[in-house]
Design a protein around this ligand. Structure first.
Ligand SMILES: [Zn+2]
Length: 77
């Protein structure tokens, strides 16, 4: 059996530092100075809040906004 020791390791290595410590970044969907009760009342809210997560490296702190950016970093090193 293999792979038992891979828990907690990302499948792919960080293109910057090589660590298998990548994780998904979820952008906070609340970037407001306060509550917006009107949005809740309307209920049709901001569909643009549905953004794909970025990718970050816990080892060196590098971040990529999207998978495409990450792939570019992998190829461009
Ligand atoms: Zn890294």
């Amino acid at each position: 059996m293999t792979g038992a020791g891979d828990a907690g390791r990302s499948r792919e290595a960080c293109p910057v530092c090589g660590a298998h410590a990548l994780h998904l970044l979820y952008f906070p969907d609340v970037d407001l100075s306060g509550v917006r009760p009107m949005d809740d009342l309307i209920g049709m809210g901001d569909l643009k809040a549905e953004q794909p997560p970025g990718i970050g490296c816990e080892a060196c702190g590098s971040e990529w906004d999207a998978l495409d950016d990450f792939r570019v970093a992998q190829r461009g090193r």
